[in-house]
Write a protein that binds this ligand. Structure first.
Ligand SMILES: [Zn+2]
Length: 271
């Protein structure tokens, strides 16, 4: 295995006897919870990073790999291996990121569910998580991701509420405040992997974009697509609403790559 390494922040150069590869990635300073978009040589077949495999897709004659950094990753240097015509090994520095949090004191009744509701929530969370951790080998991606709707960001990715001293899991997506009935569009081309009406997430659509990349849209008022249907980027999926456990109408928009939740805002900025 050849191992020529010149790490230079986000630009990595590989020099062989006959060729030099430039490998770039975005964001320039990746962090826990960020997606990582790498432009790789055209012969690349697979990236091994943080114990997971990520696969290439092409766009405008270039080859890209979309990887993910879990929220609980410690900042530092991590080795990545790119498999292809030749093996390339390099390091990626993960930078620290502070996520906002908020401490709240609430009556215990508000954060404890009766057993039958809890059983339903657990069942639904398992189904949603399993769907988001799936893998379809064919990429359906059609270039850069687009916003599913335009509106004020009312709650960022990674935001953590601490109820009565107990931290809840960090916000798995971002919230866009929208008047009820606003069209919600597919962030990219994909196949409808799941639709349903869930206790916490309300009416929900999950799109499978291939290569283990998924987007999820929650708290909808009306779902306009069916499971198995192929939808184009920008096509209407649903109308926004306030279904499920919410305090007001908004769209919860989430992005998962190989089962890892990442900040959708960063994904929209890296292309
Ligand atoms: Zn949300």
């Amino acid at each position: 295995m050849k191992r020529f390494l010149i790490a230079f922040f986000f630009l990595v150069l590989f020099g062989g006897a006959s060729s030099v590869y430039a490998l770039t990635y975005k964001p320039e300073k990746p962090f826990p919870g960020s997606p990582l978009l790498l432009e790789v040589p055209s012969g690349a077949r697979k990236l091994l990073f943080l114990g997971k495999s990520f696969y290439p897709f092409s766009f405008k004659g270039k080859t890209f790999i979309l990887a993910a950094i879990p929220l609980d990753t410690r900042p530092g240097l991590y080795r990545a291996e790119l498999d292809g015509e030749e093996k390339l090994s390099f390091e990626i520095r993960i930078f620290p990121r502070r996520y906002p949090s908020e401490r709240l004191t609430v009556p215990p009744k508000m954060i404890h569910y009766p057993p039958e509701v809890l059983a339903r929530i657990k069942r639904e969370v398992r189904l949603i998580r399993k769907t988001l951790a799936g893998f379809s080998p064919e990429s359906l991606l059609d270039g850069p991701f687009v916003w599913p709707a335009a509106g004020r960001l009312s709650s960022p990715f990674g935001f953590r509420r601490i109820y009565n001293g107990v931290p809840k899991s960090p916000h798995s997506g971002l919230d866009i405040a929208l008047p009820e009935g606003t069209p919600v569009k597919a962030a990219n081309r994909g196949r409808v992997a799941l639709t349903g009406d869930f206790y916490l997430n309300g009416k929900t659509v999950i799109l499978d974009h291939g290569l283990g990349i998924y987007t999820i849209y929650c708290h909808l008022k009306k779902i306009l697509v069916r499971r198995g249907e192929l939808v184009e980027k920008g096509e209407r999926l649903a109308l926004s609403g306030k279904s499920g456990r919410v305090t007001g109408p908004h769209l919860h928009f989430g992005v998962y790559i190989r089962g890892v939740k990442v900040d959708p805002k960063v994904l929209l900025e890296v292309f």
